[in-house]
Design a protein around this ligand. Sequence first.
Ligand code: XUL
Length: 531
Amino acid sequence: MALYIGFDSSTQSLTATVIETEAREAAHGQRTAAGGTRRVVAEHVVVFDEALPEFGTTRGVHTSADGRTVTAPPAMWVAALDVVLGRLRDAGIDLADVRAVSGSAQQHGSVYLNGDAPAALASLDPAGPLAPQLARIFSRGESPVWLDCSTTGDCDALTQAVGGADGLALMTGSRAYERFTAAQIHKFARTEPQRYAATARIHLVSSFMASVLCGADAPIDPGDASGMNLMHLAISEWWLRAVEATAPDLLRRLPRIEASWSIAGPIAPYFRRRFGFGDAKVVTWSGDNPCALVGLGLIEPGTLGISLGTSDTVFAVKWRSDPDPSRSGHVFASPAGGYMALTCFANGSLARERVRDAYGLDWEGFSRLLASTPPGNGGGLMVPWFVPEITPTVAVDGPVRQDLDPADAARNVRGVVEGQAMAMRLHSRWFAPAVETIRVTGGAAANTAILQVLADVFDAEVVQIAPPNAASLGAALRAFHADCRATMTWSEAIAGFTDPIPGAGARPRREAAAACAALLPRYAALMESAR
Ligand code: XUL
């Protein structure tokens, strides 16, 4: 039996998913999948606010009074790694059987290390926890994360320097976005030149966590590098024009880009001695959306994926790298080959929670009200921009209602969920004009009333995949695939792990789908007029 671990370092928590596969040594010495046992052995979640209150985060982040600057302490992510590994060990999982680990991380966030980092990472003492030993490696104690939208001027400067938004989107897969790493680095170098000068390495959250695990500088994979506005998407190499436009002498501060299945190194002695790992490999980490793509079994075009998490994202595999003609979506490299088209909404779980709390509901009450209201909501619409939105990009916050009484709890509950689903439908047309099947993941994917709304709005069947966290499962599958790559295809790697749960999910209802379709043009017009 071989074990593989996938981590997911997300906005609010760190998850570890452990999978078990039956593997045999083939005659030529490679490991191959034998097709036998395949199961998820364990999934442990460390919620930052609860488990690590000393970092003072709310939903995993620190937010400025105007809501535009959003950061998180990287030391907290490191502390969470100790906690989750302790929980796996205490749950009786024999970490000596782990052949490879990999990970998924919230995209775009950046971690700034000084010249002391390589020595500190290489000499971790297993007698004590990680965070205090790494406290002095950061040239910037707070990492900007994807919810940050404080860099509009930096986006403009970058766009101008590389010759316009169209060229930037063609080369990197996206026009300049506030949360993308180039704009964040530009702001740091501009506003804090001394601390920028003291920065020796700028990692993504993914490559930083991988560096901690292997005790050495880890590469960035093309999937996560495509969320930086710095990578030439077609060839997976740094695009020097954007790199030079972003900050002085940036190239030497960036890690190398290596294939998603590359091995960053062996797991560091710290983890062997403290938690009992054997000779596990650390497979290069990727972003949470590229990992969720794999964890939902989306290795070729045709099926839509939706992740209902802190952010809501809608995505699919595509073979070509051409960007969204309307410039509101992104194209990333897929860790399983080809590309990933994606549109991201900042008002995901947060907007659902705001509505739930405004009417004093729990999730059960929320679902009951949702199921009690008619599809199409009697024409009542809500554009749920409770925080500044990414798609479309709007600085204002506050929901916009049409024919919807704010005092009517039930119709506001339907308003937020239908509004989110209609925005996803409208902003996924550029890569999926019509779909038959949608695979869902994320916390809200367990809510069948929400899945029914998705099914009706998309007029498509919605299916659930057994393990709850597709991003950490995808990371575990990436570790498995990288370990057995010489003799195993991607479809062999995911087989048995990403099958839909029989009977779960939701099917579209003809009249409901028609009612939702009739509302779409009005919803598009409302979003447009509200910007
Ligand atoms: C994607 C995005 C979010 C984060 C959330 O572009 O910004 O989905 O990856 O973790």
